[in-house]
Design a protein around this ligand. Sequence first.
Ligand SMILES: *Cc1c(COP(=O)(O)O)cnc(C)c1O
Length: 511
Amino acid sequence: MVIASQDDTASMELETMLNRMQKLVLQYVRDGQSTDQAVVEYHSPDQLYKRIDFELPDEASGIDGTFDLIKSTLQYSVNAWNPRFMDKLYASTNPIGVISELLLAVLNSNAHVYHVSPVLTLMEIEVTKATAKLLGMGDKGGGLLCPGGSASNLLAMITARNTLYPTIKTEGYMPRPFNPAADYGKLTIFTSTHSHYSISKSAQVLGLGSSNVVQVPVDDDGCMHTDALAQLLQESIARGETPFFINATAGTTVLGAFDPIREISVIAKKFNCWLHVDGSWGASAVFSQHLMATQSWLDGSELADTFTINPHKLLGVPLQCSMLLTPHQGHLLFAKANSLKADYLFHGNPYDLGDGTVGCGRRPDAAKIFLAWKFYGREGLGQRVELAVSKAAQFTDLVRQRYSHGFLLVKDPCPFLQICFWFIPSGLPIATWRQQHIYDDKLSSITREIHRRLNASGQFMVDHAPVKDIPDFFRVVINAPSVNVHRDLSLLLDAIETISKDIDWLNYLSS
Ligand SMILES: *Cc1c(COP(=O)(O)O)cnc(C)c1O
């Protein structure tokens, strides 16, 4: 076996492997869609080391050896094509998703400069423009692709800081009172207690400090309290700090709540803050005209300075695919804020997209959402989200109907696509626990134990989560169009009841 050095060797080798791969891949997708197959054949790391040879060889393994490894990889991986995969917050991709990855693989293009990725660069410019337009950002909207929602949020915060306080780019971060001459105090960031941790992590990465991220309380529905936001901004100013960045979340990670963007934008303006919207999860709803006409989820999106949306979550585009959008001149805003060349706007090539990022080489992820959009149309992508919304409502009904079996919704109705509930096994002295304030702990233990057994069984893959002051609950995410309310979701509730029956809870909880 030698490294393929001639064109015909490469294409012949590829043909052989594509033929083999096609059979394996099609079988894998069929297995995933047949509901008598498990979501995963689950093993601990120790067991998996015994089943797969992870040794890296000195000698070439060739096609046969490598395909043995590919087969084991498929066999022991989680099959997200199975509709009973309902973990956070992605689902399987779809046929055009696989084809788009194949296209990128064969091109192996780098989307940092135009001349090495001309078509893909224009796709990135156009798909970010079109999405910004859907969000109401007008003709000047657009943006960039980033390697994930956390990366988009980070680039948003960097861009805000560099735009509002450009001296930090060259002089470093030297706020008052440490530097009495500075035109800014300690920079503070505002985000809700239910927002994604990437906001705090970005503050940490930027050297602003995660304790300068002010956690704004949420209301009963999990949405940011705008009165509290205004109050906390005042208090920060009174401490001599400089609030500069407000993050509103459109679809929180755990509960799926939408912060009121329009109201928050008024406050952001008043306090001269950059308004970022983290729509990593919920913003894909913008593809549905019906949802946009009937829900106020994304109302005020056009008022954001920057906006994150992850097609790799709700739209079935392969991981990773995340866009950072802005109404302020699209991708040029990022280049202006982050380029190291002061003369960028006059001498740089405005089509070299890498200039606006903190990276260099970039994966052309934009092509994947571009092709998905071409294939399904805006309407098809929107229908995918509508379908998930209607199935989530039906599943919520199912959970509610089993109240007498011990199922209890955390939020009723659920704000979006995460159905969050507890299961309280019968015969437990819940009322007494509640008086003794040990109710919460026990409820978390019950959720975790059932969850552990459920996922290990391979029948389903769901997640559990706590939120501030609320004990762990099941969090079932409705995303894939293939999930069937009666076939899959009733069965999930049955499985939880069955698993619970096998556990001697009084004994388990007292040990
Ligand atoms: C998933 C999520 C993120 C992070 O996105 P990644 O692509 O996983 O980095 C950020 N914010 C919210 C609200 C999310 O749900």
